[in-house]
Ligand binder design. Structure first.
Ligand code: CA
Ligand code: CA
Length: 403
């Protein structure tokens, strides 16, 4: 029950998140729960003790903080955001950052100052709370000319929508909305939420398994649904069908491509004991099967036959020690401020606020290090045009820079 304690520390009303419905399955309500990414399924199996032991073993592999080794530091860029969930830079705008707020707004930060008003406002289309709301933003690689952006949000029925907007450079124009994807969400949780352009120019949309706990309808391994999948969309052909490029995902809240190599890193949120990062080199011919719900991390979770694709196990995983409970995938550092750190992948945990970094060598994590700082309520990392890294906290509404 470490999981629940983790949330109890930070929010109200965690009682009774799961109720058996008439079909004997766990029903997750649409009501508000206190975290965007951290709506944890209670540890409900008989193997709680085993899970804790596993967690302890894993975290020992995940490294410990050492001031001498840790290089990144945390600095405040701006405060006062309302449930910030994402940080994005736009092509052609080196001095601006865009901060996504869960309730349905996007704010602009320019030279460290938050511009008054909203850049985007879709509060009439979504409702923030729990794992729902405005969850992700991406600018078109050709934004400097075409002014297109893409958002991923849950609509007022709780279903996933990916919608394109055009902007006038100062704000997004509501009348330009064009829907690219809509996916039914059977439960309020595990909606994924990111939208990221790959080096191939496709828009990658990672979807969770639909929700509840333990993927009760077996969606992640079932190729006839988009839930539990990594999709890619051809935004130059609106209306064309998404392509499934990965399966076996539980809730890929944040993922990124290394801007230098094109390799893909996915932070996939675990069920009750293991948080994981999956690594897919750009050279992979696909199709990747990331294992859920047959595996949680590298631990067997359920018996059964896997769906198609090459089974991929995490390059990095950790357990529940220190109050960790929800992985927040980050970025490979490619900035200039800390040259010695270039090539390190940064990742953190929403509940414990721990941040780790490591390199990938020959397909394996090496030089795993826990940074000296914590970011309580960490919801996302971000990268500016120069490759410097940022983070946002839902706990204190702050945009940080990793310096
Ligand atoms: Ca869902
Ligand atoms: Ca996995």
């Amino acid at each position: 029950m470490l999981v629940v304690e983790c949330l109890d520390d930070r929010g109200p009303d965690l009682s009774g998140p799961d109720q058996e419905d008439a079909h004997g399955r766990v029903a997750y309500s649409r009501r508000r729960v206190p975290s965007a990414v951290g709506y944890r399924d209670p540890v409900r199996s008989a193997s709680t003790l085993a899970a804790l032991v596993v967690g302890a073993a894993l975290v020992s592999l995940a490294g410990s903080a050492s001031a001498a080794e840790s290089a990144f530091r945390l600095g405040v860029v701006a405060r006062g955001f309302d449930d910030p969930l994402d940080i994005v830079a736009a092509p052609g705008e080196p001095r601006r950052l865009y901060v996504v707020e869960q309730g349905g707004t996007v704010r602009v930060v320019e030279r460290g100052r938050v511009r008054p008003g909203n850049f985007l406002d879709i509060r009439d289309r979504t409702e923030g709370g729990g794992e729902q709301g405005l969850l992700g933003l991406a600018f078109d690689p050709g934004y400097a000319k075409n002014r297109f952006l893409y958002v991923n949000y849950t609509d007022r029925s709780g279903d996933t929508r990916v919608v394109r907007y055009r902007t006038n450079g100062r704000r997004a124009l509501p009348g330009t909305a064009r829907q690219l994807l809509r996916v039914d969400q059977p439960y309020s949780n595990h909606n994924g939420g990111d939208v990221v352009f790959g080096p191939d120019g496709f828009l990658y949309v990672g979807l969770g398994d639909g929700g509840a706990g333990g993927d009760p309808e077996g969606r992640a391994q079932n190729m006839s649904t988009y839930l539990g999948k990594m999709l890619r969309l051809n935004v130059r052909r609106p209306g064309s069908a998404p392509e499934i490029v990965g399966l076996g995902l539980r809730n890929p809240w944040r993922y990124s491509f290394d801007r230098a190599t094109g390799d893909l890193f996915i932070g996939d949120v675990g069920q009750g004991s293991v948080e994981e990062v999956d690594y897919t080199p750009r050279s992979s011919p696909g199709l990747e099967n990331y294992g859920w719900d047959l595996y949680e991390g590298s631990q067997r979770f359920e018996e059964g036959q896997p769906g198609p694709g090459q089974l991929v196990f995490p390059v990095f995983e950790y357990g529940r020690a220190g109050g960790s409970c929800t992985v927040v995938g980050g970025y490979v550092y490619r900035g200039k401020a800390r040259r010695a750190e270039r090539g390190r992948y940064i990742v953190g945990d929403y509940c414990s606020g721990f941040v780790w970094s490591f390199r990938v060598r020959a397909g394996e994590a090496s030089g795993v290090r826990r940074e000296v700082f914590r970011i309580e309520g960490l919801t996302s990392f971000g990268e500016d045009l120069a490759g410097e890294l940022y983070a946002v906290s839902q706990a204190d509404g702050t945009l940080y820079r990793l310096t």
